[in-house]
Structure formats: C-alpha cells, structure tokens
Design a protein around this ligand. Structure first.
Ligand code: DQA
Length: 146
C-alpha cells in the first residue's frame, strides 16, 4: 500500500496545550496512534514544522514520488491564509493534497475564511477536531486515482 504523509504547519506542535477550547486536549501523537490502529496496513508518515520553507521542501521531496505516496494530508495552520508559496508547491507536484483544519475555519474570524491552498488541493476537510485527519486519510484511500 502506498504511503500517506501528514504535514502539520506552525503551532500545531502544541496540540493538546494550545487553545484547547478550539483545538481540544488530544496531542497529535495520540491521534496518530489511533489512526495507525484503525488503518494498520497504511504506512503513515508525519512531519511538523513551524517554518514555511521546511514545509515546501517536504512537499517537493515526496510530491513527485507517485509510486511511493498516495497523497499528502496538509494542515498548513495559519499559512493556509497567507502562503502563496505553499499553494505554488502544491500546484507543482503530482500527488494529491487534502487540506485539513481541526477547527471550523468558516465559523471563525473572517481572515480564516480565505484559504490560498484550497483551490490547488483535491478537497478540504474542516471542523471535525482531530477526526479531520481520519477523514482526509480516508479520502486519499478512496481516491480512485491513487
Ligand atoms: C487551523 C486553523 C488556522 O486558521 C489556524 O491558524 C491554525 C489551525 C486548524 O486546524 O483549525 O493554526 O489550521
């Protein structure tokens, strides 16, 4: 089975401690453990960075490897709303990218209503807490082109 790469952007290393009323009390490590338990045969890689360039480098590193990777699940954090560079990186690669948000960005401040990456992603999932990552993984698994 091909791999899925989950990329988390800035401040998402603080999950479990960061604004728990919005992002919950679970850590990403707990969520990844549940995901791996649910899909034991699915190889899941995880990468988190607070740096825009590091995220772009990782997208480039895997994005042309269509034999090895089924897709990327990307929570770009606040870069979602600002980074044309990440949008360009997604546009450049060959594997699908699913945009993920833990919170329902549409119900938050207006600046979070704009996503520069949404138009270049296969689809977007938001508002289901850490379950958003499960749903995105499932979307990649079910994508007929994978
Ligand atoms: C987020 C939403 C973004 O607006 C915010 O900057 C984040 C997290 C989410 O998962 O809900 O860092 O991407």
């Amino acid at each position: 089975m091909k791999k899925i790469l989950i990329i988390n952007g800035p401040n998402l290393n603080l999950l479990g401690r960061r604004e728990p009323d919005i992002y919950g009390y679970d850590t990403m490590e707990q969520s990844l453990a549940r995901l791996r338990e649910k899909y034991p045969s699915l190889p899941i890689e995880y990468f988190q960075s607070n740096h825009e360039g590091a995220i772009i480098d990782r997208i480039h590193a895997v994005g042309f490897d269509t034999d090895l990777y089924a897709g990327i699940v990307l929570n770009a954090g606040a870069y979602t709303h600002t980074s044309l560079a990440i949008a360009d990186a997604i546009k450049a690669i060959q594997i699908p990218v699913i945009e993920v948000h833990i919170s329902n960005v549409a119900s938050r401040e207006p600046i979070r209503h704009t996503s520069l990456i949404a138009p270049v992603c296969l689809g977007s999932i938001a508002g289901f807490g850490l379950t958003s990552y499960f749903l995105a993984a499932q979307a990649i698994i079910m994508n007929p082109d994978r």
